[in-house]
Design a protein around this ligand. Structure first.
Ligand SMILES: *Cc1c(COP(=O)(O)O)cnc(C)c1O
Length: 376
């Protein structure tokens, strides 16, 4: 790929981080140890002192949070059909049944007005997703959860650095799960975390993280259930710790670039049906800048046309219920029309902290021709 190709995202790892990773590698302790514990302490401080445990992925964090919430066979879990497939896969992984509720086409997040109609006597939990970092209404969510006695496992994998009414996501609520995958706003290469509610046991969380093992005394080990193998290495935790220090700067830069997208798009000749995201510069962490193509534009052709102009486009995400696995469970076309339409037309434009304003302008300048070519 040419050196001036603009990818849709790119992690920003500085030289301090690379040097610190070298020290961890030389230290003689490279898997879970002091770095992972320090990362947990720093994340906990960042979340207002709530207990935090780290994992080797956001997916493992979500699955273990469901287990800690006592979700299992026979239970239903309400979630959105417009997310990364991990959100729904973890429900199946614990033996429960996903119940999708269509999205609000403006926010592209689960439509909380439709949640109550989906609640049955088997509903045990709800997994809201803050798509692209735009927060789901936490007040409405809490009031629904309280009224129907549901657990909430927040899939905040895209929302690290997002706030809700001035409070950080993760600083309040039930279970909050983050991901530190390479493409997220801060990364540990791969990684994740759960912020635990007061009624969840950190010790039980650690057992779920590592084979169900409980250690005591100098040499005692006991195992009462099959846990996962989901611990975070110190090499990864060291990267995450250095990224955490830069979070505010990253978020600020993403917001600035998002603003620049809106002003550049305003002076770009685009079809009416080209949908832009909600312009929230206060709460969203701008994990992604996503637009929806008009129905007349074929997305593969659009992606190709942008690539030919040196620009990478992401697709996040096709509707989950239309994947073969979910069709086999009885889901299908026509059930969640907003998620289906947006899942077919959504495109992620480049947005990452190292981008320049000129890059944003280059993307906007390339759009009209690519949409035109994709619509011919
Ligand atoms: C990234 C992501 C996950 C999974 O995180 P991993 O660290 O990749 O396992 C889950 N849900 C959403 C919404 C995500 O964006």
């Amino acid at each position: 790929m040419s050196p001036d190709f603009l990818p849709f995202t790119r992690p920003d790892i500085d030289e301090d981080t690379i040097a610190a990773v070298g020290e961890v590698l030389r230290s003689g302790w490279i898997t879970t140890g002091p770095q992972a514990r320090a990362f947990e302490a720093e994340l906990s401080a960042w979340c207002g002192g709530r207990e935090v445990r780290v994992f080797n992925s956001g997916t493992a964090a979500l699955e273990i949070a469901l287990r800690l919430a006592r979700v299992g066979p026979g239970d239903e879990v309400i979630t959105t059909p417009l997310s990364w497939v991990a959100t729904a896969n973890v429900i199946l992984a614990v033996g429960a049944r996903p119940v999708f509720v269509d999205i609000d086409p403006v926010t592209r997040n689960i439509d909380l007005d439709r949640v109550e109609a989906a609640i049955t006597s088997a509903t045990r939990a709800i997994i809201p997703v803050d798509l692209a970092g735009l927060p789901v209404d936490r007040n409405r969510l809490e009031s629904i959860a309280r009224q129907y006695r549901l657990r909430v496992v927040e899939d905040a994998c895209q929302a690290f650095g997002t706030t809700w009414q001035g409070r950080r996501i993760g600083a309040a609520g039930d279970f909050t799960c983050f991901s530190f995958h390479a493409n997220k706003n801060i990364t540990s290469t791969e990684g994740g975390a759960i912020v635990l509610p007061a009624d969840a046991s950190p010790e039980e969380t650690e057992r779920w993280r590592l084979q169900g093992v409980l250690r005591s005394g100098e040499d005692q080990i006991d195992v009462e259930f099959v846990g996962e193998k989901a611990n975070l290495t110190d090499v990864a935790a060291c990267i995450g710790r250095h990224q955490l220090k830069r979070l505010d700067a990253f978020t600020e830069r993403r917001r600035t670039l998002a603003r620049h997208y809106f002003s550049s798009l305003a002076s770009t000749a685009l079809p009416d049906r080209f949908e832009q995201p909600v312009a929230d510069f206060v709460q969203s962490n701008w994990h992604m800048f996503q637009c929806v193509l008009p129905a007349s534009a074929r997305r593969p052709d659009f992606i190709r046309a942008m690539r030919e102009q040196g620009i990478g486009i992401g697709v996040h995400y096709p509707a989950i219920h239309l994947f073969t696995l979910y069709r086999k469970l009885g889901f299908g076309e026509g059930q969640f029309p907003h998620a289906e339409r947006i899942g077919r037309g959504i495109v992620t434009l480049p947005l990452f902290p190292r981008m320049t304003e000129a890059d944003v302008e280059r993307v906007c300048a390339a759009l009209p021709r690519a949409i035109e070519e994709a619509s011919r």
